[in-house]
Design a protein around this ligand. Structure first.
Ligand SMILES: *Cc1c(COP(=O)(O)O)cnc(C)c1O
Length: 833
C-alpha cells in the first residue's frame, strides 16, 4: 500500500492568486477540468491553512492566559468518531475568503461550487455520534473554549457504499487518495503506546512492561470560529511501528516476518469499525480504543507540565470528556499514569481522575453497551485490569460499608460482569470514574436513569444530567442553504449565525404571504438541484413540484425505514385502487427519498436496502401512477450528501420507535431548513415539538409508556394484521414477491420478523402513521398554510444550536467550579466512589 497520508502537504502559502494560477496551469496541462478543480482545491486549502495556522498559534497563547487565570479548563473531547465532511467551504467562510476565491476562480473559468465538490469527505465516523463531535468542535471554537478534540486518523474511514443489483456493496473509502491538504503534521509530537507484556512490582508500586509498542503520531486539523479568530483543534493519532523492520529476518528472505511490526501498527489505522464478528477484529478494536486514550492522555499530561501546571492541579485545569463508552479506558489509563509514572497516591490520583472525567451516553440499547472479556485485558492491558479491579474493590467496599446493599445489588453494580465469561463493563467504569454523566435529550436522559443506569443513579442522583444535542448553524444552515440564509439575513438580520435564538423573530412574520412565497422559491431551487443529483446518481427522473419526503440516516430497525416502505406500498396500492384519490381530490405527488448505510454485518438492515430497491423498480416504472409516486435510494450517504438533500426536503421522517432514538440531530437539521417533521414522540423530536408548537408537526404513534404497556400485555403483531386489511395487503404483497418476482421469497424473512416479534412495533404504529401521512397530503395542497408551518418550524429551532449545547456542557460539566465541587465531595465521609 502506498501511503500518501504520510506525505507532508506543501508548505502553507499566504496569497491566493499566484499560487492558484501556477497550480491551475500545471493541472490544466496534466489534464482536464477535474484535475483543474483538484488543483484549485489544493491551492485554496494551502492558503486557508496558512491563515488557520496563524490563528492556531494565537489561540494557544490566549488559552494559556485563560487557564492561568483559572477562568477555564481545557476540554479534551475523546471520540472514536469525527464525521467532519468537507472543510473548504467552512474555512472560506471563517476566514472571509469566499468571495476572493470565487472571483479568482472565475478568472480561470472555474466555479467555486466545482472546487468545493472536488473535496472528498473526511468521513471518520459512522452517523450522528460522529457528526455531533464535529459540530461540537465548531461550537467550541465559536465559544472560544480552550479545547482539543482527539480521534484516530483512519486510512479508510467507514466504507463507501455502492449499490449493485439493488444491494449494498461496500468498498474502502479512500479519502486520502489525493493527499490531505488540511492536516498539519506535528512531526515532533509522538508518544509510545504499549500492549501486552506483564506487570512487575517496583518499590511500593507496580510497573507495566509491555511486550509490543507502537508510536502514535499527531496530525492536527484546525477548526476555526466564525466570529473572532480563535480555533479549536482536532488532533488525530496515526500509529506507526515503534521498532524498525527486522533486518536479520529480511536478510534471510523472510519479508513478511521482517515487516510484521509495521503491518500490525498500520492495521490500527485502517478502518473505523473492524468487523467484530472475529476475535482478531475485536482485539484490533480494543487496541484502537487504547491507542486513542493513551496517546491523548500523554499529550494532555505533557502539555499540562510544559505549561508549568502541577500534578495535583491536573483535574482543576483539564477536563477529559468521553464521547460514549469507546474511550472509557481513559480513567484507567489516567490512573496508571498518575500512580505508576508519576508516583501519586491512590486517593490523590482518584480525586484528579474524577475531577477530569465526564461521560456522555448515546444509546439505551443494552447490546450497544460495550463490555470486554477479562481474558482480553489480561493479554493486552494487564496493568489496566489491575487498576480496574482496584477501582471496583474500593467502590464495592464503600457500598458495603454504607450498608443496605445485598449481594444481588453488588453483582449488578460491579464493574465486572460475572455471568458467563467474565467481562469488564465499560459504561460502569465510565460512570464510577466520572463526576457527570449526561444523556443527549430530555427523554433519553430520563430513561437512562430509569433503565440502563438505574442502579448507579440511585447511588448518585446528582451525577446524572441532560444536555440536549444540537447542530452547528454555520454548516447546517448558512453553508448548506445559501438561499435560505440570504432570505433570513434580509428579514431578521445576520445575527442568527451566532445566536440562533434570533430565529424566534420569524414567529411574528410566519403569516407574511410574501415571505412564504420567497421561502417556497428557495425550496424549489434546492429541490431542482437535488433532482439533478438524483438523476445523475440513480438515473431516476423526479418532479421538483412533488412533495419531497425524506428519510436519511443509518439504516437500523429501530429507525424504522421499513415502516416508511410499508407506507410507500400502501400508497401504491391505494393509488391503483382509487386513481382520483381516496377523497376524490387527487393524489399529492410524492418523491420518497431514502439514503443511509447499513453496517456491514447487519443483515436485516441490508435486506431493507434491497427491499427499497425492489419496490422502487416496480413503483417507478408503473405508468398508471403518472409519475405521482417515486421512490429513490441515494447511495453513499454522508455529510456532503446530507448538505445537498436536507435543504431540499419538504417532509422529514423521524419515525423511530418511541424510546429508542437517543436524540437524533438529523431531525434538527431538517426543521431548521424549513421541512416539516412527521415523527414519533421520541428523542429530541419532543423538545422540538414543544419549542415549535406540536400542532406544526405531524406527530403520530404510541408513546414510550404506551408501548411498555402494550408489551406488558403481551404484544401480538398478528392481531394487528387481522384487524387491519390494508396492512395485511401490504405485507402479503411484499412476502409473496410482488416486488421481487424473480425471487418471490426474497423478502419473506423481513415480513416474518414483523409477524413473529415486531420488536420495534411497526405494525402497532402503522395505522396512525398512515393517518398522519394523510394530514401531510392535505396540508401540502394548501401552499400558503404549508409555508406558514415551515416558517414556524424554523422560528422554533433557535434552541438547537450546538452553541447552546456547548454552553451547557461548559456550565454543568467542564467549568472549573465543577472540578472544585468534586474535591469537596471527596472530602465528605461515607461517599462511595
Ligand atoms: C446528522 C447526520 C446524522 C445523524 O442523523 P440522525 O437522523 O439523527 O440519525 C448521520 N449522518 C450524517 C452524515 C449526518 O449529517
Amino acid at each position: 500500500m502506498t501511503d500518501t497520508s504520510t506525505v507532508s502537504p506543501a508548505p502553507a502559502s499566504t496569497s491566493l492568486a499566484p499560487l492558484l494560477q501556477s497550480s491551475l496551469e500545471a493541472q490544466r496541462q496534466a489534464g482536464g477540468r477535474d484535475a483543474a478543480a483538484l488543483g484549485a482545491l489544493r491551492a485554496a486549502a494551502s492558503v486557508c491553512r496558512g491563515g488557520l495556522e496563524r490563528r492556531w498559534e494565537a489561540t494557544q497563547q490566549r488559552d494559556r492566559a485563560q487557564l492561568e487565570s483559572g477562568s477555564a479548563r481545557r476540554v479534551h473531547y475523546l471520540s472514536m468518531e469525527f464525521l467532519m465532511g468537507r472543510a473548504l467551504g467552512n474555512a472560506l467562510d471563517a476566514l472571509g475568503l469566499r468571495q476572493t476565491l470565487s472571483d479568482e476562480l472565475a478568472r480561470q473559468s472555474l466555479e467555486l461550487g466545482q472546487v468545493i465538490e472536488a473535496e472528498p469527505d473526511a468521513a471518520l465516523g459512522n452517523g450522528g455520534l460522529g457528526r455531533l463531535a464535529a459540530c461540537f468542535l465548531d461550537s467550541l471554537a465559536e465559544l472560544g473554549l480552550p479545547s482539543f478534540g482527539y480521534g484516530l486518523r483512519y486510512r479508510y474511514g467507514m466504507f463507501a457504499q455502492g449499490i449493485r443489483d439493488g444491494a449494498q456493496a461496500e468498498r474502502p473509502d479512500d479519502w486520502l487518495a489525493h493527499g490531505d491538504p488540511w492536516s498539519v503534521p506535528r512531526p515532533g509530537l509522538h508518544y509510545t503506546i504499549g500492549f501486552g507484556g506483564r506487570v512487575v512490582t517496583e518499590g511500593h508500586g507496580r510497573r507495566w512492561e509491555p511486550s509490543e509498542r507502537v508510536r502514535a503520531e499527531a496530525f492536527d486539523f484546525i477548526v476555526p470560529a466564525h466570529h473572532g479568530e480563535q480555533v479549536s483543534t482536532l488532533r488525530l493519532w496515526q500509529a506507526s511501528a515503534a521498532e524498525p523492520i527486522d533486518f536479520p529476518a529480511l536478510c534471510r528472505g523472510e519479508i513478511a516476518a521482517a515487516g510484521q511490526h509495521q503491518l500490525q501498527a498500520d492495521a490500527l489505522n485502517w478502518v473505523l469499525y473492524p468487523d467484530d464478528s472475529t476475535e482478531a477484529g475485536r482485539v484490533l478494536r480494543l487496541k484502537q480504543e487504547y491507542l486513542l486514550v493513551a496517546a491523548s492522555l500523554q499529550d494532555l499530561l505533557a502539555r499540562h507540565l510544559e505549561e508549568g501546571g502541577r500534578l495535583h492541579e491536573l483535574g482543576l485545569r483539564n477536563a477529559v470528556h468521553l464521547n460514549d463508552t469507546h474511550p472509557a479506558l481513559a480513567p484507567a489509563e489516567l490512573m496508571r499514569l498518575l500512580l505508576d509514572e508519576h508516583g501519586l497516591s491512590w486517593d490523590e490520583s482518584w480525586s484528579i481522575t474524577r475531577q477530569a472525567c465526564s461521560y456522555t451516553n448515546h444509546t439505551l440499547m443494552p447490546e450497544a453497551l460495550e463490555t470486554w472479556p477479562v481474558r482480553m485485558f489480561e493479554t493486552l492491558l494487564p496493568r489496566h485490569l489491575e487498576i480496574i479491579y482496584e477501582i471496583n474493590q474500593r467502590f464495592l467496599d464503600a457500598l458495603r460499608e454504607q450498608g443496605g446493599v445485598d449481594d444481588a445489588r453488588i453483582r449488578v453494580l460491579s464493574l465486572i460482569d460475572e455471568r458467563g465469561e467474565r467481562r469488564v463493563r465499560m459504561a460502569a467504569l465510565a460512570i464510577v470514574a466520572s463526576h457527570k454523566v449526561n444523556g443527549v435529550a430530555a427523554l433519553h436522559s430520563k430513561l437512562m436513569v430509569e433503565t440502563i443506569f438505574r442502579d448507579y443513579a440511585a447511588l448518585w442522583p446528582e451525577r446524572f444530567i441532560n444536555v440536549t444535542n444540537g447542530v452547528t448553524p454555520r454548516r447546517w444552515l448558512a453553508q448548506c442553504n445559501p438561499g435560505l440564509a440570504a432570505l433570513l439575513d434580509q428579514r431578521i438580520g445576520e445575527g442568527w449565525r451566532r445566536d440562533l435564538g434570533e430565529l424566534d423573530r420569524l414567529r411574528g412574520l410566519a403569516g407574511d404571504a410574501e415571505l412564504g412565497r420567497a421561502l417556497q422559491a428557495v425550496k424549489r431551487a434546492n429541490k431542482l438541484r437535488l433532482a439533478e443529483r438524483i438523476r445523475r446518481d440513480t438515473g431516476i427522473v423526479v418532479d421538483a413540484d412533488s412533495l419531497f419526503d425524506v428519510q436519511v440516516k443509518r439504516i437500523h430497525e429501530y429507525k424504522r425505514q421499513l415502516l416508511n416502505l410499508l407506507h410507500v406500498v400502501a400508497r401504491y396500492q391505494a393509488m391503483l385502487d382509487a386513481p382520483e384519490g381516496e377523497d376524490g381530490r387527487g393524489w399529492t405527488p410524492r418523491t420518497v427519498i431514502l439514503a443511509g448505510k447499513a453496517a456491514s454485518a447487519y443483515q436485516t438492515a441490508k435486506q431493507i436496502i434491497r427491499l427499497s430497491h425492489d419496490i422502487a423498480r416496480v413503483v417507478n416504472s408503473d405508468a398508471r401512477l403518472q409519475g405521482r409516486l417515486k421512490l429513490v435510494f441515494l447511495p453513499n450517504y454522508g455529510v456532503s450528501l446530507a448538505e445537498r438533500i436536507i435543504p431540499a426536503a419538504d417532509l422529514s421522517e423521524q419515525i423511530s420507535t418511541a424510546g429508542t432514538e437517543a436524540s437524533g440531530t438529523g431531525n434538527m437539521k431538517f426543521a431548521m431548513n424549513g421541512a416539516l417533521t412527521i415523527g414519533t414522540w421520541d428523542g429530541a423530536n419532543i423538545e422540538m415539538a414543544e419549542a415549535i408548537g406540536p400542532e406544526h408537526l405531524f406527530v403520530f404513534g404510541r408513546r414510550t409508556e404506551q408501548l411498555a404497556e402494550l408489551a406488558a400485555l403481551g404484544y401480538d403483531p398478528r392481531l394487528q394484521v387481522e384487524e387491519q386489511p390494508r396492512l395485511r395487503r401490504v405485507l402479503e404483497a411484499i412476502a409473496s414477491g410482488a416486488f421481487s418476482p424473480g425471487e418471490p421469497l426474497r423478502h419473506r424473512g423481513l415480513v416474518d420478523g414483523l409477524l413473529q416479534r415486531d420488536r420495534y412495533f411497526l405494525l402497532a404504529d402503522f395505522a396512525d402513521y398512515l393517518a398522519a401521512q394523510q394530514r401531510v397530503d392535505a396540508l401540502y395542497r394548501e401552499p400558503a398554510a404549508w409555508a406558514e408551518a415551515c416558517l414556524r418550524n424554523i422560528a422554533g429551532m433557535g434552541g438547537f444550536s450546538t452553541d447552546r449545547t456547548i454552553a451547557e456542557y461548559q456550565r454543568e460539566i467542564w467549568a472549573p467550579a465543577q472540578a472544585r465541587a468534586v474535591r469537596e465531595e471527596a472530602l465528605q465521609p461515607r461517599h462511595a466512589g
